[in-house]
Design a protein. Structure first.
Length: 133
């Protein structure tokens, strides 16, 4: 139907971006960087869309102390997400370190460990995610 085509087009538009991971029924798409909207913060947010097509519930999280920007380890905040089969969510990695960059274009690489677990909290995978710009 026309409605189904419209929904499919909207989903495909959501997935536009740089595919960072597509395995184990999970797809992680880098959407871009944004500045923190608070006037009291100079944090940067790296935004990813996560899709679960694994056939069952999945839990995703960025491993503690695993984020590097341009090869330098950096502090961050990222809240874990639980997705039912077929769901999408935003994975927001808030970079809290003061980076020596003037513009997002100064960022050439972002890397972290992604922890993927099933509904029983058993680890499914722990891939290293590397995005080059």
């Amino acid at each position: 139907t026309a409605e189904e085509k419209e929904i499919k087009a909207a989903v495909m538009d959501t997935l536009k971006g740089q595919i960072a991971y597509n395995n184990d029924g999970m797809c992680l798409v880098f959407k871009g960087f944004i500045e923190d909207p608070s006037e009291y913060s100079d944090d940067i947010h790296a935004l990813f869309i996560v899709e679960n097509s694994a056939g069952e519930e999945r839990y995703v999280n960025v491993d503690y102390d695993s984020l590097s920007i341009n090869g330098f380890m950096t502090d961050f905040i990222c809240y874990s997400q639980t997705l039912l089969d077929g769901e999408f969510t935003i994975l927001d990695i808030e970079i809290t370190d003061e980076l020596d960059i003037d513009d997002f274009s100064d960022i050439t690489e972002l890397e972290f460990e992604l922890d993927i677990r099933d509904k029983d909290y058993s680890q499914v995978s722990e891939p290293t995610i590397t995005v080059h710009f």
